[in-house]
Design a protein around this ligand. Structure first.
Ligand code: SAH
Ligand code: MG
Length: 201
């Protein structure tokens, strides 16, 4: 019964994402993220960028004893996420905050998270990281999606559409910083759209 309700919800989310062009994770990316989380077994997860709740629900499904806090700034996506989370049956384990993650007060969140998943505005990753690493437990992991920017991070900047250049430049700088940050063990995976894993030493 519960499983049925869950798979119906996940299908409805995927259909909605296609119909309304919501960039939720694709199968390979979410599959890889979930494998990594199953190894890590984080108890508390924080997500930046809920969209309509897909990845939050998938993480909650994969980790039966974990809780997920997630943040979404867009009004209609937030409303849809609320509906889908309620429908999924995971309302008790997922909290969603309607806010710009760069403005949200850390006080409303938990004091510590074992895993933080960054999947919001790509040009702002470093700012999300710098703000939310304050909540990362020792030995905790920050995962970042879309590090490959659908191939744009691999081509010369002059060939990247102008309006995307700042975002690509910011992402490249952030990647460099993380690879050189002695406080973290950082690894880049090519799965999905590129996942960066930063493990706090
Ligand atoms: N993690 C989701 C997909 C997220 S798409 C999934 O795979 O199911 C990225 C989302 O981040 C968008 O819905 C966008 O509105 C949101 N976002 C972008 N910048 C944000 C910010 N500063 N604060 C909160 N949400 C943000
Ligand atoms: Mg993404």
């Amino acid at each position: 019964m519960v499983n049925n309700q869950l798979s119906t919800t996940l299908q409805a989310i995927q259909d909605y994402a296609v119909a309304y062009h919501v960039p939720i994770m694709e199968n390979q990316g979410i599959g890889e993220l979930i494998e990594l989380l199953k190894v890590q077994q984080p108890e508390k997860i924080l997500e930046i960028g809920a969209a309509i709740g897909f990845s939050a629900i998938k993480m909650t499904e994969a980790l039966p004893t974990s809780t997920v806090d997630t943040v979404e700034r867009d009004d209609s996506r937030y409303q849809k996420a609320l509906e889908f989370i309620a429908q999924s049956g995971f309302g008790e384990r997922i909290r969603i905050f309607h806010a710009d993650a760069l403005e949200l007060s850390l006080d409303v969140l938990k004091p510590e998270y074992d895993a933080i998943f960054i999947d919001a505005a790509k040009g702002q990753y470093e700012r999300f990281f710098d703000k939310y690493e304050a909540l990362l437990a020792k030995g905790g992991i920050i995962y970042c999606d879309n590090m490959a920017m659908h191939g744009l991070s691999d081509i010369p900047l002059s060939e990247v559409p102008r309006r995307k250049r700042t975002m690509i430049r910011n992402l490249a700088t952030f990647k460099e910083h993380m690879l050189n940050d002695p406080r973290y063990d950082t690894e880049l995976l090519s799965s999905g759209d590129g996942i960066m894993i930063c493990r706090k030493k």
